[in-house]
Ligand binder design. Structure first.
Ligand SMILES: Cc1cc2nc3c(=O)[nH]c(=O)nc-3n(C[C@H](O)[C@H](O)[C@H](O)COP(=O)(O)OP(=O)(O)OC[C@H]3O[C@@H](n4cnc5c(N)ncnc54)[C@H](O)[C@@H]3O)c2cc1C
Length: 293
């Protein structure tokens, strides 16, 4: 019985995941578990594997479409949240908020994470996704990471071994590897200079993205040399709605939840957009968000 096992863990039973995904999808989870350190995480995974219990590692839920009415076990790494700074080397655990880390680095006169000041993910997931913006990404500053392998060993992988490409990495292709710690190599730069860049970018996001509505950021990748948002806007789809899911009036590459969207609404809207883009431009749009079934 899982409850006997997780008795010593921080966990919540029969809980809605609405607060834990940025689309605010109201799907359920039997057990939401917060390991307090890497050892607890390994023990938990070992137990779940031995007992064939399905689990999902969730970061901040800002790049996923939770496409099931209910999940068995969801593991949150938020308690793995230590940051260590030594000269220009920063080591952050997987559960650190990327926005928080960007600010901490700025306050320590370290540059490299200013692209991440508006990316609402956790460090571990953002490494797996190779999150990025303004032509910079996690790959450009990561030196090495610690992962838990499918055999439950902790090993170090260098940036080269992670095969980073655009919004992709070895971890994204190998879902049974869990990133637990990331080492960044940053450059010294005055705080004021970094702050100016970050403030500027924040203003641009506020003016161009629907940050007041639940979403999971860009829905599609930009096709080579083109903007997915512009393609969608140019065929008049801004504001198009299916159920509670709507193509944002502010940015056509965002789908927003108008309050009562289901994952079926979001997936139907994604399929509708893909179909229209194929019909109009003969382009196959590629999803940037991840559907978790
Ligand atoms: C308003 C808004 C703006 C955004 N802007 C950007 C942007 O500019 N650039 C960009 O790249 N993204 C952007 N995003 C998308 C998203 O924030 C990023 O992809 C982010 O890195 C996802 O992190 P997360 O913690 O939310 O991951 P989640 O969505 O929780 O998880 C993503 C995937 O990672 C897996 N995962 C979770 N933790 C780990 C781990 N420790 N090890 C291995 N795999 C793990 C999960 O199982 C899942 O498959 C935006 C989203 C929003 C809502």
């Amino acid at each position: 019985m899982i409850e006997n096992f997780i008795n010593n863990y921080e966990y919540y039973k029969n809980i809605s995941l609405k607060k834990y995904n940025t689309y605010r999808l109201d799907v359920m989870c039997d057990y939401l578990v917060y390991p307090k350190n890497i050892e607890e995480l390994i023990e938990l995974i070992k137990y779940l594997k031995e007992n064939n219990i399905n689990y999902l590692i969730l970061g901040n839920g800002s790049n996923v479409i939770l496409a099931r009415p209910s999940f068995d076990v969801v593991i949150k790494l938020d308690r793995l949240n230590k940051i260590k700074i030594n000269n220009n080397i920063v080591v952050a655990e997987a559960g650190v908020s990327l926005i928080n880390l960007a600010n901490v680095c700025m306050n320590n006169n370290l540059n490299g994470l200013s692209f991440a000041g508006g990316i609402p993910g956790l460090v571990g997931a953002s490494t797996a996704m190779n999150a990025g913006a303004y032509k910079e990404d996690m790959a450009s500053i990561i030196k090495e990471i610690k992962v838990i392998t499918p055999n439950l060993d902790i090993v170090t992988m260098t940036s080269d071994e992670l095969n980073f490409t655009y919004r992709n990495s070895y971890l994204k292709e190998h879902k049974d590897y869990i990133c637990v710690e990331v080492t960044f190599e940053l450059e010294h730069m005055g705080k004021d200079k970094i702050k100016e860049v970050m403030d500027n970018r924040r203003q641009r996001r506020i003016s161009s993205q629907p940050l007041d509505m639940p979403s999971a950021g860009s829905v599609f990748r930009n096709p080579d040399g083109l903007s997915a948002g512009k393609l969608i806007e140019d065929i008049g789809l801004k504001g198009y709605t299916i159920g509670g899911a709507q193509i944002s009036e502010k940015h056509a590459n965002f789908i927003v939840n108008n309050g009562n969207a289901t994952y079926e609404d979001i997936i139907s809207l994604i399929n509708y957009i893909k179909e229209k883009i194929k019909d109009n431009y003969n382009i196959n749009l590629i999803l940037e968000q991840e559907i978790i079934r």
